[in-house]
Design a protein around this ligand. Sequence first.
Ligand SMILES: [Zn+2]
Length: 256
Amino acid sequence: MNILYGVIVFVFGLTIGSFLNVCIYRMPRGESIVSPGSHCPDCNHPLGVWDLIPLISFIALGMKCRYCKKEISPRYFFVELGTGVMFLAVFARFFIYENNPLAFVSYLVLCSALIVITFIDLEHKIIPDKITYPGMIAGIFISIFTRSFLPSVLGLLIGGGILLFIVVVSRGGMGGGDVKLAAMLGAFLGWKLIFLNLFLAFLLGGIAAVILLIMKKKGRKDYIPFGPYLAIAGMITVFWGDRLLSIFLPFLAQTH
Ligand SMILES: [Zn+2]
């Protein structure tokens, strides 16, 4: 039975992934995410049902638009597949293993938001308020039901507060979007885990910056989007937070 549910969650994830692709393309361009219906970004031809089957259409059409034959970014494929896999992982861990339906729903919402933010920030170097503000509200709202309202509010304030402090001190090394993303993550993760999330994000960002400097892909002054590191660190925290907290920040793990 669990396998059947798993398949349903995976297919649901693929479908949501298809919608996240629409968000990734349209939100930074200020377009509506509901209308008009899907169309090819190059020739604007409306796409039919057979062009929109997750994964399958992409492969069947040879990664090209059926109408203008222009190549479609592989991002569409990987976002769909990635969302399906992430949904399945969240389902297996929180619904099946931990038997915690609320955490399951909460982390599906969080991981969808993080996928959209990651790809928009990578391409456009912005993090839309249209995701982070509703995200903060969603994180706080869900915490009411999990009886972790106060940790969630504290998480929002601490996450946003620490990054706001860095923005002020570093004068432009980081953006306001990063502040709001950290606040959103804090609302979902609570005050303890947001410390770990920020710690891991700086660790990942630092390692990546050193690698990029050595490979001379980026100069010391180049702007590197921080959103994707916050997002990846956020998902690591969702899955392994408690264990990593006792390794990296043991004094926090013992605090009640
Ligand atoms: Zn086309």
